[in-house]
Design a protein around this ligand. Structure first.
Ligand code: GDP
Ligand code: MG
Length: 177
């Protein structure tokens, strides 16, 4: 790709996980490029993208990995999780099955080598309130019982995406510094 690379104090690897179609690739393109795509091509996703961010004088380079359409159960290899400090576990508030499957994804995360990864549960597509199948409170309560962060987002309307990303990076920073 070329281009310049700023000096950074930390490199944080983070991963996006969750069922197919919940909006992971669009969350990533919002975070990294501030773009949204109505027609995502799930199997042609990038492997990862970068986003630099400054927290308390420290320049953090976040390397965020996308599944590139490998969301079938156990299709994601251990190298995907290897070295990851944070995970955005995404479901779609208009499809309850994607919320039910959050447990499955958490389980898979916990089996990966880095058990103390910082996890934020993200209920995406909050702009589709009229077809909501999962109440915000349900997501909140679930995350709370697991001791995890929680946020509802809309990649489409760019609501809370930056906040969710910032919360994850800030919390990782707090843990390691
Ligand atoms: P992925 O399979 O998890 O990577 O999901 P994608 O990012 O490919 O998104 C799947 C579909 O949902 C695409 O048609 C997106 O345009 C759409 N989508 C993603 N995020 C949102 C959102 O916040 N709101 C709405 N209404 N649609 C979204
Ligand atoms: Mg995708």
């Amino acid at each position: 790709m070329g281009g310049y690379d700023e000096e950074c104090d930390y490199l944080f690897k983070c991963v996006l996980i969750g069922d197919s179609g919940v909006g992971k690739s669009n969350l990533l393109s919002r975070i990294a490029k501030d773009e949204f795509h109505l027609d995502s091509k799930p199997t042609i996703g990038v492997e990862f993208a970068y986003r630099n961010i400054k927290i308390k004088d420290k320049l953090i380079k976040a390397q965020i990995w996308d599944t590139a359409g490998q969301e079938r159960f156990r299709a994601i290899t251990s190298s995907y999780y290897r070295g990851a400090l944070g995970a955005m576990l995404v479901y779609d508030i208009t499809r309850r099955t994607t919320f039910v499957n959050v447990r499955k994804w958490l389980h898979e995360l916990r089996e990966s080598e880095n058990e103390d990864m910082l996890v934020i549960i993200v209920g995406n597509k909050s702009d589709l309130g009229q077809s909501r199948e999962v109440e915000k409170e349900e997501g909140e309560v679930f995350a709370k019982t697991k001791g995890l962060c929680f946020m509802e987002t809309s990649a489409m309307q760019n609501l809370n995406v930056e906040e969710a990303f910032l919360q994850m990076i800030t919390n990782i920073h707090n843990i390691i510094s």
